[in-house]
Ligand binder design. Sequence first.
Ligand SMILES: *Cc1c(COP(=O)(O)O)cnc(C)c1O
Length: 389
Amino acid sequence: MERIYLDYAATTPCASEVVAAMLPFFSDRFGNPASMHAFGQENKGAVEEARERIASFLGAAPGEIVFTSGGTESNNTAVKGVAYARQGKGNHIITSPIEHHAVLEPCHFLEKEGFEITILPVDGDGLVDPDDVRKTITGKTILISVMHANNEIGTIQPIEEIGRIARERGVYFHTDAVQTLGHLPFTVGELHVDLLSASAHKLYGPKGVGILFVKKGTRLTPFMHGGEQENRRRASTHNVPGIVGFAKAVELASEGMETEVRELTALRDRLITGLREGIEAVKLNGHSTRRLPNNVNISVAHVEGEGLLLSLDMLGIACSTGSACSSASLEPSHVLMALGLPHELAHGSLRFSLGRPTTAADIDRLLAVLPPVVQRLRAMSPLYNQQNK
Ligand SMILES: *Cc1c(COP(=O)(O)O)cnc(C)c1O
């Protein structure tokens, strides 16, 4: 059985060109970029070249790119780094309830340290209203953090508008762009952001390497203390293969993005249409048009997402769910709950995230196998049988 992977929002495989670009840096070109000899200086050159490529892709200056260990570190650095650097000015941070845990948890941590966190509402599609941001800013607000596109439901936020408001009011603005860098065209200038997080493994690069864009002049307390790497903004020896691989992934994305957006959008819509035709009482979660080209998130009434996921896995199809009853928490996804979904629908959710290798045949196979799985699980559900007697 050929297995089909539809979980590209969780991680992507490294493109073969990325692996090829990285390989020499594991062995022959092993020098530490901080070393003064030729081994080191050549690799410093490779790191700086990668920085320039990524900066230019984002419309940033090379000095505004800080390499990190991934999206989680970038988000932590942005939130806590600004909080500590600006605590003399204020202690108020604004964010949304559907952020990745790598933003929400640092916020919760800061709350315990005396910072004040406002969690804005979102509408039923997961959108933040820029007017709410405007009304929530006080003289003590030091940071607004709203993600570019949500990893679970695919909703794309009005980042430009929020950015403009933040700039007018002199408040730093951070966006988690882990799901959009290399997937949607944008520059940091267009988004009006001061800080932006991204991660290589979400765009066919390696795991364990990310960037934080830090607009020139933005004050930030470093998260890691140690050596003087990254202009003292992030200590530790550079992950040279990872950084080189990240730049290669960005290069590939910049070449193929337009085609990819078009092709994935068509596949996404084929899947959405097919699911609506094939399954009764299925709900699309997230915005219908302001949506990542590769994201389909549905709730299937009267069944558990986990049961669906495991059944699909046995049939060779990998996806994800916002409901995980066997994990430590019995709570369904914080994102789906923030949309105001009833518990039952939040528990019956599935996310399919498509990627470069996804074909129409993959989508059609999913559309062929999922409806009978839903039927079988519904037949076993007492709730469903009661309501449909
Ligand atoms: C994957 C992801 C992260 C975490 O990135 P890592 O590199 O895995 O630490 C953060 N935010 C979003 C939106 C993500 O999808």
